[in-house]
Design a protein around this ligand. Structure first.
Ligand SMILES: Cc1cc2nc3c(=O)[nH]c(=O)nc-3n(C[C@H](O)[C@H](O)[C@H](O)COP(=O)(O)O)c2cc1C
Length: 243
């Protein structure tokens, strides 16, 4: 394996952090590398807010469902989709801004390609990271706290810092469950692979001291109820159109 592949295989989300900030230089180095990610038509519809105010970080702990790492990590970033710059340019040119489901998808895709490049760059510099989807628990409150202008869509947070734990690597599905040649797999084949993976995950949970937990049980319930049903209202109030 080359060093990049090794780095990718070494990924684990870090949830316990040593004290100490992440130096601005490292953040900037990683952010500039992250910006090298491909971006739809070079539109670069994303931005990042580095939250350094302790009071704001404490409030974000509450808003993310009590995730203390949001305050304890060495840096906390909020990754956003962002059509703000395009809005400014359109206004200057007297052109309309017609947001659509497609423009929102462009934001989500571009921001996530950027974010994952950022994670990889930070990990290569020796920092631990953890995405924080809990940021979407109460988007209106997050928005009020961060005072984001129209066209800026907070998607998730990212904790960065020195790892104070060495978590086991979380197994992934066998490639056969996600990679198909010419034809999609049959349901029976997928079920068989998922049952095997469920055993791998059971062994992983056992090592972590959570014996009895099963991946299939969790997944069976994952989409049982609609999740974060306020997302649409919030993003539309920020200027998105999800139609
Ligand atoms: C968009 C996104 C949001 C996530 N949100 C959270 C979160 O709010 N809290 C948390 O502890 N982990 C969160 N995670 C981490 C996932 O739980 C983790 O990546 C997954 O279980 C696989 O584990 P690994 O990253 O250690 O391989 C998130 C991951 C992603 C990609």
């Amino acid at each position: 394996m080359n060093s990049i592949l090794k780095q990718m295989h070494a990924h684990r989300s870090i949830r316990q952090y040593a004290s100490g900030e992440v130096p601005e230089d490292d953040l900037r180095t990683a952010l500039e590398a992250a910006q090298c990610a491909a971006t739809s038509a070079n539109i670069q519809v994303y931005s990042v807010i580095h939250v350094t105010e302790p009071d704001v970080r404490s409030r974000l702990v509450e808003l993310t469902g009590g995730q203390e790492k949001v305050a304890e990590s060495g840096a906390f970033l909020v990754v956003c989709g962002d059509t703000r710059r395009h809005r400014i340019l359109a206004e200057q040119a007297n052109e309309p801004i017609e947001e659509s489901l497609e423009s929102f998808l462009l934001c989500a895709v571009d921001a996530s390609l950027f974010a994952q490049n950022l994670v990889l760059a930070l990990e290569s510099l020796g920092w631990g990271t953890c995405y924080i989807g809990g940021l979407r628990n109460d988007l209106a409150a997050v928005n009020e706290l961060l005072n984001l202008p129209q066209g800026v869509y907070p998607f998730y947070g990212l904790c960065v810092g020195e790892a104070a734990e060495e978590p086991w690597k979380r197994p992934r599905l066998p490639l056969d469950a996600v990679f198909f040649k010419n034809a999609y797999a049959s349901d029976a084949a997928l079920l068989e692979i998922m049952n095997r993976y469920d055993d791998d995950m059971a062994a992983y949970y056992e090592k972590r001291g959570a014996s009895g937990r099963r991946w299939i049980d969790q997944m069976e319930r994952f989409f049982a109820k609609p999740r974060r049903t306020g997302d649409r209202t919030f993003y539309e109030s920020q200027g998105a159109s999800l139609r």
